[in-house]
Design a binder for this molecule. Structure first.
Ligand code: ZN
Length: 223
């Protein structure tokens, strides 16, 4: 969106912080996270797979992003993802950005694919195309959060495929999702992309649920 339109929006609808609920406009231009709250974000880019750990306040923001239609957080999230991605990866080596797809039924229910929004905004920042149609979810496997890691993996087997291998073949792909829990979804999507002939798949998520082994001395936490 153009600069003037953005500034005008700031004047008409001041961006109050989505974290602290202080009601004051965010003091960070173009952002819904005020500078005080920004300092508390749980950055986590160990393994080069995520911008944040899935911890407060990011987990709370992801929740309203996913279920309360807080799509205005896209820009803040994409900025964070770009920042973390560029620290560990060479963006110029990327050909295309692909989101983890929602099943069409879920998409109709929710009205938007949060990973698609993140992927589109992220792709814009690294100057690449976002391809939201070449990877598709052919089975509805949501609502399985209570199942164990193994069940989850089994349940996801064959849930994804590439719709148009000619757009995948030989490509270096950044695969985007909002949250990585066990990694089963990302693994299954990567597998489908490799089966479609991808040269390299780089998974990258907004927030990674941290397992005990992740919380070692490398945990960056607040920085
Ligand atoms: Zn705040």
């Amino acid at each position: 969106m153009n600069y003037l339109a953005e500034r005008l929006k700031d004047v008409l609808w001041p961006r109050t912080c989505a974290v602290c609920d202080c009601g004051r406009p965010s003091d960070r231009p173009g952002s819904y996270i005020c500078s005080r709250c920004y300092e508390t974000l749980p950055w986590y880019d160990e393994f080069a797979k995520s911008a944040f750990g899935y911890l407060e306040p990011v987990s709370q923001l992801v929740n309203i992003y996913k279920f309360n239609g807080a799509v205005y957080l896209t820009e803040d999230f994409a900025n964070a993802m770009e920042l973390s991605f560029r620290k560990k990866h060479d963006a110029s080596a990327v050909d295309v950005v692909v989101p983890v797809p929602l099943h069409p039924r879920r998409l109709a229910e929710r009205g938007y694919n949060q990973s698609g929004l993140l992927a589109a905004a992220f792709a814009e920042r690294i100057n690449r195309i976002c391809d939201e149609t070449s990877l598709v979810r052919i089975r509805d496997t949501e609502h399985q959060s209570r199942s164990s890691g193994d069940d989850r993996r089994k349940n996801l087997k064959g849930a994804f495929r590439t719709a148009d291998p000619s757009r995948i073949r030989g490509r270096t792909i950044v695969l985007i999702d909002d949250v990585m829990t066990t990694g089963a979804t990302i693994d299954e999507c990567s597998e489908a992309l490799y089966a479609g002939g991808a040269y390299k798949v780089i998974p990258f998520v907004l927030a990674k649920a941290l397992m005990d082994e992740d919380l070692g001395e490398d945990f960056i936490g607040n920085r």
